[in-house]
Design a protein. Structure first.
Length: 269
């Protein structure tokens, strides 16, 4: 029997979700931990996330689990074990209907900016989406007495609090004011309108953090410092976000070739 158009759409999303996970592992944004999800293309009340395993090792739709956004409950009660932190994803999709993909990472390049008191700022034109300030969500401010203090987003109320941190002063808006939020002592979460844009933002968030760290360490070792660190201005943030968004297909095509050529990954979707 020929697959329907809907079958083909879902197959493409499965393939991109698996490839995106491999790309993020290849670029060290994810290691054995962290995850990429996508809103279901045929049912906006459901999202798709891999089972509880290292993202670089998933290889087929059997590794993917569908969850209800309402409460992060698996659609199939007999589904394999899922990630504890899946409420990061469900609550972001719930709060922002236009968000189609979410990534949560423990990137070691980014974590310092969640604890050091030095704000993460857009440093180069590829990361204008970071804006002039990136919110830091501190889980300690959201925890209730019964919550475990292991920094993990283990339930809906913690996920909801994290999702709200993207809203900034425009609290309650259906559009996040920010697309990246740092998580104190843990990592970061990124939102986007597609898997491809989300992967690109996660990779360039990590690259921006590395550039900023290099710039700051260069200042600290320089014998003569002639001025402050020059981050992107609001005008530059707006312009670069607009211009780079039109080029998202280019890195995706390259990154697919990289993971295929690496021989590390399999994708049967
Ligand atoms: Zn985590």
């Amino acid at each position: 029997m020929q697959p329907s158009d809907q079958d083909l759409v879902l197959q493409r999303f499965h393939r991109d979700l698996i490839s995106g996970s491999h790309i993020l592992h290849y670029h060290n944004v994810l290691d054995a931990f962290g995850h990429l999800s996508v809103r279901h293309p045929l049912n906006p009340q459901i999202f798709i996330l891999s089972r509880n395993t290292a993202p670089g090792t998933i290889s087929s739709p059997n590794d993917l689990i569908e969850y209800y956004i309402e409460d992060a409950r698996p659609v199939d009660p007999s589904a394999p074990t899922g990630f504890i932190e899946r409420c990061i994803h469900s609550e972001c999709y719930k709060r922002y209907p236009e968000v189609q993909s979410v990534i949560h990472s423990h990137s070691e390049a980014v974590v310092p900016y969640s604890i050091s008191g030095v704000p993460l700022r857009a440093c180069f034109h590829m990361a204008g989406f970071l804006g002039t300030n990136v919110p830091i969500w501190d889980i300690a401010d959201a925890q209730q007495p019964e919550d475990i203090s292991d920094l993990l987003v283990r339930n809906q109320h913690l996920g909801s609090s994290l999702a709200a941190s993207f809203s900034g002063i425009a609290s309650g808006s259906i559009s996040p004011e920010h697309v990246v939020a740092l998580m104190r002592g843990h990592g970061f979460t990124v939102l986007a309108g597609s898997i491809q844009d989300c992967v690109m933002r996660a990779i360039y968030t990590q690259k921006n953090a590395a550039i900023q760290s290099t710039a700051l360490s260069t200042r600290s070792t320089g014998t003569t410092v002639t001025g402050p660190v020059k981050y992107l201005s609001q005008k530059e943030v707006d312009a670069t976000t607009w211009s780079i968004a039109k080029s998202a297909h280019r890195p995706w095509t390259l990154w697919l070739r990289e993971i295929e050529a690496s021989g590390l990954y399999a994708n049967s979707a």
